[in-house]
Design a protein. Structure first.
Length: 366
């Protein structure tokens, strides 16, 4: 069962060490590297060979992003290697994104669905992993389909093929590589009745709604901002909000600062790439190594992951379009705005929770 215990404040002197440092706690699996390498490389090479380079890049991006938690969310032990734990939320999100993309009410429907998913995340840890992934994929998929040039349904089909390609790769490699050691004693699993009772209890307190409120309000404000300036590329604000809003309230914005630094560095790398490279085959030679580095960077640091994933996403999302300096600048500005919204939501929710917790003590003292 999930618990939204507020973490103790960290020492400010260790903040930058935590932001810039790398962890070796998560193992780097050979299979993850091979899935990333073949997941991007094979469809890109095939697409270029058949004269459909954009489709190949899109399938490759789907295989990379739909293979795990885009935001670096960790799967519980035992769920990490199950394709269904990542693929089912992704496919559901892509299907829904196909139905709602390009409508006048797209943002409202998307925010409502993400909020419902966030609320269900309090039921259990597997529900939390799936709900968070669903929200990220829905926002990412809707933005991708809104900018698609070949129609929503065609783009969704091609993007979804990436998930199926990922399943095929994982199945092919599963029998050829050593499997990770299973835990000797499985963790105690709560019964369905215990999960339901715990979930009902969380809905009776403010802490049970704080994640939903922070996410919904942040996405709503981001939507308003992007519609006030429709000529800017501010959809990235919504993606930043859904990536950085975590269930526990983050007192020191480690992940937010990591994404900000990583996005700026990633945009800089993208600027260098597009300044002198316009040939799809050359872009393929650059995108494939970046994709291979994604699982390595994700296992070591969210900062490294942001640096590697940002140019990969930008290159594929804007493939075939001129990537201007203004677009890249908008990505950085949008990341700053999105990070500020997340931090503001964390501070506000933290104060409200502290005030709510102190009220019973005050009443008893009177």
């Amino acid at each position: 069962m999930t618990r939204d215990r507020t973490p103790a404040p960290r020492n400010d002197r260790n903040l930058w060490r935590e932001i810039l440092g790398a962890s070796d706690r998560a193992p780097i699996r050979i299979r993850s590297i091979l899935v990333a390498a073949f997941g991007m490389g094979v469809p890109v090479v095939a697409g270029l060979w058949l004269g459909h380079g954009e489709a190949g890049f899109t399938i490759g991006l789907g295989a990379i992003l739909l293979s795990g938690a885009t935001g670096g969310t960790a799967a519980p032990s035992g769920d990490r290697d199950r394709p269904s734990s990542a693929i089912l939320p992704a496919m559901l999100a892509v299907t829904i994104a196909t139905l709602i993309a390009g409508r006048p009410w797209t943002d409202a429907a998307m925010i409502g669905l993400v909020s419902v998913a966030a609320l269900s995340s309090g039921f259990s840890r597997p529900f939390a992993i799936g709900a968070i992934r669903f929200g990220i994929y829905l926002v990412l998929g809707t933005g991708f389909l809104d900018g698609a040039t070949n129609g929503h349904h065609d783009a969704a089909l091609v993007f979804g093929l990436g998930a199926l390609w990922n399943i095929v790769l994982r199945g092919l490699l599963a029998d050829r590589l050593p499997k990770p050691d299973e835990p000797t004693q499985p963790a105690r699993v709560p019964t369905p009745a215990q999960r339901r009772a715990h979930f009902r209890n969380t809905l009776r307190s403010l802490s049970g709604w704080q994640f939903v409120a922070r996410l919904a309000i942040g996405l709503t404000v981001a939507s308003v901002i992007r519609h006030l300036w429709p000529d800017r590329h501010f959809y990235w604000i919504m993606l930043t909000v859904v990536l950085l809003t975590q269930r526990p309230i983050e007192h020191l914005p480690v992940k937010t600062v990591q994404r900000l630094i990583g996005t700026i560095a990633g945009v800089g790398i993208t600027s260098l790439i597009v300044a002198g490279v316009t040939s799809p085959p050359v872009l393929a030679l650059l995108a494939c190594p970046l994709a291979t580095l994604v699982p390595v960077a994700r296992a070591r640091s969210y900062l490294l992951y942001s640096i590697v994933a940002t140019p990969l996403i930008l290159l594929v999302l804007d493939l075939g379009k001129p990537i201007e300096v203004a677009l890249l600048t908008d990505r950085v500005v949008a990341t700053i705005i999105g990070g500020a919204l997340v931090i503001a939501g964390n501070i506000t929710a933290d104060r409200l929770l502290n005030r709510s917790a102190s009220m019973p003590r005050r009443s008893r003292s009177q």
